[in-house]
Design a protein around this ligand. Sequence first.
Ligand SMILES: *[C@@H]1O[C@H](CO)[C@@H](O)[C@H](O)[C@H]1NC(C)=O
Ligand SMILES: *[C@@H]1O[C@H](CO)[C@@H](O)[C@H](O)[C@H]1NC(C)=O
Ligand SMILES: *[C@@H]1O[C@H](CO)[C@@H](O)[C@H](O)[C@H]1NC(C)=O
Ligand SMILES: *[C@@H]1O[C@H](CO)[C@@H](O)[C@H](O)[C@H]1NC(C)=O
Ligand SMILES: *[C@@H]1O[C@H](CO)[C@@H](O)[C@H](O)[C@H]1NC(C)=O
Length: 951
Amino acid sequence: MAAMFSLLQVLLLVLALQHSAVATNCKERERHALLELKKGFKDPSKRLFSWEGQDNCCMWEGVQCDNKTGNVIGLDLRNTVSYYQEVGDLYIISSRLEGAGFKGTIPSCLGNLSSLQTLDLSNNGVYQYEPSHQWLSHLTSLQHLVVSGVTFSSNSSTSLLLALNKLPSLVEISLSDCMLESIPLFIPILNFSSLSILDLSENNINSSMPGWFFNLSILEYLDLTSNDFHGRVSHNLVNMTSLKSLNLGVNDFSEDAIPESIGSLCNLDTLDLSRWNISKRFAEFGGVFSGCLRNSLTHLHLSSASLKGIIPDWIGDIKNLQVLDLSNNFLYGSVPSSLARLSSLQEMILVSNELNGTVPEDIGKLSELVNLNLGENHLNVVLSETHFTKLEKLEILFLSYNPLVFNVSSHWNPPFILKTLRISSCSLGTQFPTWLQTQHELHALDMSDVGIADTAPIWFWNLTTKLFSLDLSHNQIEGSIPKTSSFRDSFSIDLSSNRFSGTLPEFGSITRILDLSNNTFSGHIPASIGERMPDMFYLSASMNKLSGRVPSSLCQMKGMGAVDLSKNQLSGELPDCWLNSSALQILDFSNNNVIGGIPESICDMPSLTSLHLSNNNLSGEFPVSLKKCSGLTALDLSHNSFTGSIPTWIGESLSSLDILSLKSNIFLDHIPPEISQLTSLQILDLSSNNLSGPLPRTLGNFSVMQVPQKIGKGLRNVQDYKESLLLILKGREDEYNIKLLSLLKVIDFSGNHLSGDIPEDLTSLYGLQALNLSGNYLEGEIPNKLGRLQQLETLDLSRNELTGSIPWSFSNLSFLNHLNVSYNHLTGRVPSGNQMNTFTDPSIYIGNDLCGFPLGVECAKDGERNREGPSEEEDDEEDDVMLWWYIGSTSGFAVGFWSVWGVLIFKKSWRYGWFYYTNIVCGMIYVAVVLSFARIKKKMMMLMIFRGREG
Ligand SMILES: *[C@@H]1O[C@H](CO)[C@@H](O)[C@H](O)[C@H]1NC(C)=O
Ligand SMILES: *[C@@H]1O[C@H](CO)[C@@H](O)[C@H](O)[C@H]1NC(C)=O
Ligand SMILES: *[C@@H]1O[C@H](CO)[C@@H](O)[C@H](O)[C@H]1NC(C)=O
Ligand SMILES: *[C@@H]1O[C@H](CO)[C@@H](O)[C@H](O)[C@H]1NC(C)=O
Ligand SMILES: *[C@@H]1O[C@H](CO)[C@@H](O)[C@H](O)[C@H]1NC(C)=O
């Protein structure tokens, strides 16, 4: 309630200030003080334009004067850092830094505004509070000090609070998100006699809870959320009898039980202990909630508190509860039927627990319920119409990721009009749900993977008018999308992995994410796509039947992060209009029929990291224009008709490459030794070309390949883009996706005319997992040390002119599962022991003069050699694939995210907000589904600092 109050207050204040154009003249010294203040603003925003000249300063924007005395009593210089739009459970947050912010020290003449009652400097950049500047102490009338989102110098916070303590009229102190690090533990003479609101949330205060808090006997609202407060919360809490809202979540308070004394705070309506690592059975806290708190509490937030056990029945006795947030704990069992007694309940947020019991039909009686969130549990139940009987106010229904069956009749007329429906991976039946037709207010719909195998009815496309986010992916939905369908407000549209057909419809101009992959859309990509959807960030139409040219308007989508049009039937030349203002990271036109060369302008795009053009009809020489692509990490030109030699500048100019595939082209001449300057390479595939000459002696320089660790660096990952590459690993060509690719370290030079011997240098690539040198003219002996490449899984030396014997060290290759040395001139005994004994197919040795197992050719006695090869120390490193995947995907995200889209500083309290779905879009917009409604208004005041594209 108090939180609402303060918001309302701010709102009223703004209104008041905007309409306070009163003809009173302001005091000269106050006007002077304001002008001094203005000087501190780096780049005075529009608002401060009115602050000049001899004008009556009471008329200046943001200035409120007392209409009798003419004294300045209110100063509102708030900056809107971000604004959010609430649609269902979706929050769109956009950066909108209006003013440029204050920097430096607040001029001490601000103290001349001695009648000031309200000072709001929120979100105004860096502010240095100098204790020596006594201006604060002159503001003796100050009641409301709101400086949230202003960065204070780290050493000023204690002195600031001590100075505030001297102001007798202070009612509200809002110092949220000010990067405060400390707080006075002891205040000799505590004043704060009027203080009713104390907001210190979103700071870095590393302290125990100071004792003087407990003497703030009229304090109603205390917010310490998201700090580093630690230790126990004193039982003196009972002294804070006026407290209505107590917010202690996201701190490091000791894991002890919730202080029992909370139970006797008879005015408390809001209790937020989210992210307390309580680690106890929830049922053990019955004592706390049996006091008079049981009657007063309306909002209970215990998200991410490591709560265990079942949801106790006594929750149903907190009879005025409106918001119950138990998300992200370890609660199992049923949704207790006692919850159905909470007749005021508006939000039941039980997402992400281990609930595995039943859901009582009685919850259908909770007629005030707005948000029912049972997602991400193990609820193996059938929900029927009865569960929703009286839920007339329901706006948000979240059931995703439960093995539940949503069993309603197809003619059901639900009592609610939803704004958000998330039912992903539940079982909805094969028919398209008819009852959805009544849900004409939908903003967010996630019906992915629900088993629908039906044609999308024509009325469905009428529902898309207000849809902000649509996910129908992974069903078997058929039909075409009517041309007239309106995705007017759609930000994110995912229709991937269905059976949609027909031509591409028009999507709305604000579309940021469009995934149409794995359908059967046909026809051309609309030529005007770039003009119509200029802010698109991710476009995938891969795996369809699209034909025609790649439209040049794509170049105009400056915020685009990834374009994936692979696996279509696109033809013609690629457009050559790419701009240096583009943020594009990934371009994938592989598996089409495009012709011509690589567009000159492609490397004008400074962020380009991944270029996939394989399997087309591209031709010409290795383009000189790629010299500029210094940020490129993956280049796949395989299966085209490129020719000429591999340029020597490749090593210097493309030094970031970790994937280079030039396979199946007509590249000529020798492999330039400079290629070994590509020290980040993990995959080097030059197979099936016309390369000749010796292998460079410097191949051992690929430093990433030198280390056996499988944890490679994070590879590209923009939205849902799935990078892939065709590789021949186990004797056949397969498509490897990014997760596997980043695990791999591969050299493939097969199918060329390479000659000379296998350089010893190669044997220092200890991380190498696949080495394919087959189908060349390599001669000499197989280096004995090749057996040191402990990670080798694939080794193909077949169809060369190699002589000598197979080194005994091969028996040390404990991961080797594909070996081929056929058609050389090898002699002697096939090594045996360990892994070598598993190769029972004689064809891998055929075409040589070998003997022993499995050839069935006995070796001459004198040719026999010591059966024990040189033993090498074993690297008992675990194949921790999962760990790698985890790190890989996370860092991949980070790379894509930080490198282009700038720096987004997350508030710590978002840690307990729930991110079901995140997208970074167009460098400016961030969308989160915050499944917890916990104090969402405050949470949205999120600081976004964007480096911008030039950063
Ligand atoms: C001053 O403003 C207050 C509140 O807006 C109003 O009630 C009062 O009548 C005003 N007084 C004069 C003298 O205008
Ligand atoms: C209230 O606080 C005072 C000291 O500030 C303490 O002596 C007293 O015991 C507290 N009251 C309770 C009931 O804890
Ligand atoms: C639910 O989970 C708990 C804890 O894992 C287990 O003891 C119980 O048997 C499960 N109940 C059902 C119905 O599966
Ligand atoms: C869809 O909306 C259009 C225009 O609003 C309307 O004319 C049409 O009848 C609607 N179609 C269906 C099937 O509801
Ligand atoms: C393509 O969609 C179908 C049907 O939903 C699905 O079974 C298949 O796995 C998808 N393929 C890929 C590569 O995603």
